[in-house]
Design a protein around this ligand. Structure first.
Ligand code: NOJ
Length: 741
């Protein structure tokens, strides 16, 4: 058959087949729904936690085993492992209709193999690596009986006091959207129903990352333009990437709890975006409408939530207790429940659970997949790519093999547990975790390593300082391992002060005073403030929480086996008073033109406007040169594109990768625009001395924004195009003009 004919047939057939298949599932869903009593429908909307809890324990007194057998539970969270999931599924199989359960879990950055925390991994700007770790997490979780992860968290967050900044992709809507796509695709694989795929859950819908003052569970208040421009795009990207589920959020948005928001869930998500999956509430977020002062009791809260489009109730028990009565009293239409049930059943069919409710629970597969050593190699690669080199005075890194003695100093030098960070499925399984110390030992270098803890992460004791100073004196160089503890970021871990805690910076100064060169490894799940280290250390690597292979990856970078290529996905402030500080600031009517003359300018009298380390910033052991920018046209119309061509050269001595970033500024618009907005990036690997010609194509979408009527479009006028290796290091500029339709 000639190729053309084959393609024509394929094109004609594909939609028909997929329509036929989806009709089959829809028909099967309808036929199950017809058999269901009102109580059985409510059961499908009810999700309970197993023995572990990931939120405040509820006071509901239920007999879960009995509820499973009588069809009162549609899904469980916090039950994992083939043995337990089988046992619990077997109880559900005793119910009248034998509708299989869904098992969900917070598989946030790995299951058995732990990968870098999501914010850290986002510093790789490496979409393939990000997709790969999500896929391994899905493989491991699905082999352990799970069907569903409550990830990715796609909340944009610009306030590092908020502990959950660690779970997302940082401050930028464009980068956040690309990473959302990579993560959803990684978790869901080729297609839901594969044994290596679990359902993704884009959370927390919406604006949870804007919690006022960085205090967890707080209100969010913003203009609709801000919502659409900054907070919604990663969610939209997740829908387009096929995310099977969404989770709503604890916060109010402009006064309305997100869980009760028809605007968010019905108008936008299920309406305009045509999302055909289901929405799970966050943990008791239905019940929390009462303390919010939005509902007088749990019954009214359930009414608000179901009307607004929250399909499944996680842990509040409000649906179970009240939906039946609300239907009987005519306060809600049963059709609302039917729609929610259908959405949930559809996913159960797509996962193949009606054919075999135990298909994800196979003992041998669990054993094989969880012991697959290839996963460690993927973890090491992702960890190395996530590390950001913040400073490297006189190329002190990579480390010389000629050093006779290196002192590892600091409370995080030998820690295993902290390397995992927060939101880990097996936080006590630390035996295989590689600490910094282990990673250095594993290399079998001729250098002798010595260790002194110096002080704890928190607390006020300086009793270990003397030993640390003595160790530094014996060494040619010090590796100073410092930061937060792994559990200081994550849910309910807001901090009013994001300095490195305890006496660690004092310890640093004491060690530095010995005159020995100091390479600092700063660890945390959020941007931290560390003035003395930033100013006085010879080199600084920000290493986040890198997971199981942390120490090996850090050693790879310290010794130059991997040339650091990470770039910050979020700004690091100089002072707490600057927060929120993000790269996409406005010019204002009184921009600072000369930092020495800030009188009557938009500035602080006691601090710079600029962050300590900017969004997109990160050094390499080599250097890159940007040159020869050319635009194929300088003026263009809305239906045209502009192609920008330029050369990137590796001008240093080592092979390396550069994240080339494209920013734009719409200089005059009907709504004042930020002076820089990320609109594209490419991660490019170059050997020493090598050059490549690169291109960015600018289209209407890249220039569009929401005007004051929430119309998304590009407006005619001049745009400044900026290309560089960081938001504060623009190397190439070009003005182009959109002339009209
Ligand atoms: C509350 C958290 O906000 C959410 O992200 C998580 O998925 C659920 N608890 C379940 O653990």
């Amino acid at each position: 058959m000639n190729r053309l004919k084959f393609y024509c047939i394929a094109l004609l057939c594909t939609p028909l087949i997929s329509v036929a298949q989806s009709r089959t599932i829809d028909q099967r869903v309808d036929s199950v729904l017809k058999l269901m009593t009102l109580d059985e429908k409510i059961g499908q909307l009810n999700q309970y936690s197993g023995r572990e809890v990931t939120g405040p324990a509820s006071d509901k007194k239920t007999n879960q085993l009995n509820d499973l057998k009588t069809g009162w539970i549609g899904s469980m969270l916090n039950v994992k492992g083939v043995k337990d999931t089988r046992e619990i599924q077997a109880a559900a199989m005793q119910s009248r209709l034998k509708i299989p359960l869904l098992f969900g879990q917070d598989v946030i950055h790995g299951y058995q193999t732990v990968f870098p925390v999501p914010l850290g991994e986002s510093a790789s700007w490496d979409l393939e690596a990000i997709r790969a770790t999500a896929h391994v997490a899905a493989k491991e979780a699905s082999a352990s009986g799970l069907h569903w992860t409550f990830a990715p968290m796609v909340d944009i967050a610009r306030d590092p006091r908020w502990g959950r900044v660690m779970e997302g992709a940082g401050e930028d809507a464009y980068l956040g959207s690309q990473i959302a796509i990579a993560r959803v695709k990684g978790f869901q694989g080729e297609k839901l129903g594969g044994l290596d795929a679990i359902m993704a859950c884009a959370k927390h819908f919406a604006a949870y990352g804007a919690a006022i003052a960085g205090r967890d569970y707080n209100a969010a208040d913003m203009s609709k333009q801000q919502l659409w421009e900054t907070y919604l795009p990663p969610f939209r990207a997740a829908v387009d990437a096929g995310a099977a589920t969404f989770m709503n959020s604890f916060n109010t948005l402009n006064g309305v709890p997100a869980t009760a928001s028809s605007y968010l869930q019905r108008d936008i998500l299920k309406g305009e975006w045509k999302f055909d999956g289901f929405v799970v509430s966050d943990w008791n977020s239905i019940g929390e409408m009462v303390p919010w002062g939005y509902a007088k009791d749990a019954k009214e809260a359930a009414q608000h939530a179901i009307i607004a489009g929250s399909d499944m109730d996680m842990e509040s028990n409000a649906y179970r207790k009240s939906l039946g009565q609300l239907v009987k009293e005519g306060k809600i239409n049963e059709a609302l429940l039917d729609d929610a049930v259908k959405r949930i059943l559809k996913k159960k069919f797509e996962l193949g659970l009606f054919e075999d409710p135990y298909r994800f629970s196979d003992v041998q597969r669990e054993k094989d997949v969880l012991s697959d050593k290839k996963h460690l190699a993927i973890a090491r690669d992702a960890a190395a790519k996530s590390i950001v080199l913040l400073k490297n005075k006189q190329f002190i890194l990579p480390l010389k093999r000629s050093y006779k003695t290196i002192a590892v100093i600091g409370p995080l030098g030998k820690s295993k547990k902290d390397m995992l960070g927060n939101w880990v499925v097996f936080p006590n399984d630390t035996a295989t975790v590689v600490s910094v110390w282990d990673g250095l030992q594993n290399r079998k270098e001729a250098t002798k390593f010595i260790y002194a803890k110096g002080c704890d992460i928190t607390g006020s004791s300086t009793a270990g300082f003397a030993q640390a100073i003595a160790a530094a004196k014996q060494a040619d160089l010090v590796i100073f391992a410092t930061g937060e503890s792994g559990d200081m970021t994550g849910e309910a871990r807001s901090r009013a002060d994001i300095h490195i805690p305890g006496r660690q910076e004092e310890l640093f100064k004491a060690v530095k005073a010995t005159g020995k060169p100091v390479v600092a490894l700063v660890m945390g799940g959020r941007p931290l403030i560390f003035d003395a280290i930033a100013e006085e250390a010879d080199a600084v690597l920000f290493t986040w929480w890198l997971g199981t292979e942390a120490g090996n990856a850090i050693a790879d970078v310290l010794y130059g086996d991997y040339n650091p290529s990470g770039k910050l996905p979020i700004s690091f402030p100089r002072s707490i008073g600057q927060i929120p500080v993000s790269y996409n600031a406005y010019s204002t009517g009184r921009p600072v033109k000369d930092p020495k003359n800030i009188h009557y300018r938009s500035a602080y009298i006691d601090e710079s406007n600029l962050p300590r380390f900017a969004f997109g910033y990160g050094l390499s052991y080599t250097s890159f040169k940007y040159a020869s920018l050319e635009a194929d046209k300088k003026t263009f119309k809305k239906n045209e594109t502009v192609t920008l061509t330029f050369r990137l050269s590796n001008t240093g001595k080592a092979a390396g990768a550069e994240v080339v970033q494209l920013y734009i500024w719409d200089k005059v618009a009907s709504v004042a625009r930020p002076m820089k907005e990320l609109k594209g990036f490419q991660k490019v690997s170059l050997n020493a001395g090598e050059s490549k010609t690169l291109q960015f194509v600018i289209d209407r979408d890249a220039l569009s924004f929401y005007n004051s009527d929430l119309r998304y479009d590009a407006e005619p006028g001049e745009f400044e195009i900026m290309i560089g290796g960081s938001s504060d290091s623009i190397m190439l500029r070009q003005v182009i003009e959109l002339t009209g339709e």
